[in-house]
Design a protein around this ligand. Structure first.
Ligand SMILES: [Zn+2]
Length: 290
């Protein structure tokens, strides 16, 4: 009896244990499934950027934030594209290039420029200093300024390259900034150069005359703001940068660095700004001519 009872208990126990094991297995599968689910949920609920809780104020923010609108530069020179070309550079490119599209004559691609008799500062450095002030002054008035160079050391461009920078940018005009030099230390004042007779056509002459008339105005404007002497406006076929330019191009010789007094002035920030103001005044007065 006792044996029989024991056997019956064992079968019941076996069934109970079987059920228990089955339950445990099912529970285990369920738990794994939950883990996977919760893992998936975690990825969904924890994105890289925190989810924004949409509230009434958030919606209001979207409504109140205006679309960014690109406002064009306002100013007296708005719409004018000017190339400013600081003459020369520390290391000119080697070799020669043709001087004009209509000529087979050649000339050095560029030169080092003169040196201040008193300051001993090289012309290319002074030209860049002046040109950067011109750039800033014109940009303040809304002009778009294209620079042929903005440093002294790493620039290696020829005069044809300079003309092409302006041509490719489709500028209204170019002003090439230079300082003059003469054998006599007494010579001082401002000069300009514009295109000469060129290819000899009537069309070229018309361009030449128009640019010459404007150069006289540029000369007097810069003389007025600096107090320097307005020496001469020249027409010339000798400048590669002018000859290859599609658009009106003016060489502005800001003064003589072979004159000790003018050399000092040309290398002072205050005087350089006066030159920039003279160019600004010229462009404001003649914007309609370009
Ligand atoms: Zn020069």
């Amino acid at each position: 009896m006792a044996q029989k009872k024991k056997k019956k208990m064992t079968i019941t126990q076996f069934i109970l244990i079987y059920i228990a094991i089955l339950s445990l297995i099912l529970l285990g599968i369920s738990a794994c499934s939950n883990e996977v689910n919760s893992g998936n949920t975690q990825v969904v609920e924890t994105p890289d950027t925190p989810t924004e809780v949409i509230t009434t104020s958030t919606i209001q923010n979207y409504i109140d934030t205006p679309e960014p609108i690109e406002t064009p530069l306002k100013g007296a020179l708005s719409g004018l594209k000017v190339c400013i070309d600081p003459g020369h550079q520390q290391t000119p490119p080697e070799g020669k290039e043709t001087i004009a599209p209509w000529s087979s004559d050649t000339k050095l691609k560029n030169t080092h420029g003169a040196t201040g008799i008193s300051t001993k500062i090289e012309e290319y450095k002074t030209n860049l200093e002046i040109a950067l002030k011109v750039r800033d002054t014109l940009e303040k008035e809304g002009a778009e300024v294209v620079m042929t160079r903005e440093d002294n050391e790493s620039t290696h461009i020829s005069n044809q390259d300079r003309a092409n920078i302006a041509n490719n940018a489709g500028v209204n005009l170019t002003i090439s900034i230079h300082c003059n030099s003469a054998d006599s230390q007494n010579i001082a004042g401002i000069e300009t150069y514009t295109r000469g007779s060129g290819d000899g056509t009537a069309e070229y002459k018309e361009r030449s005359d128009k640019e010459f008339a404007l150069s006289q105005k540029l000369l007097s404007s810069v003389a007025a703001t600096t107090g320097a002497a307005a020496r001469d406006a020249h027409k010339s076929d000798a400048y590669t940068g002018i000859n290859f330019a599609k658009y009106p191009t003016f060489i502005l010789e800001c003064g003589f660095i072979s004159n000790p007094e003018e050399d000092q002035k040309l290398n002072s920030a205050e005087y350089q700004k006066k030159i920039a103001d003279g160019i600004l005044s010229f462009l404001k007065d003649n914007k309609g001519s370009f």
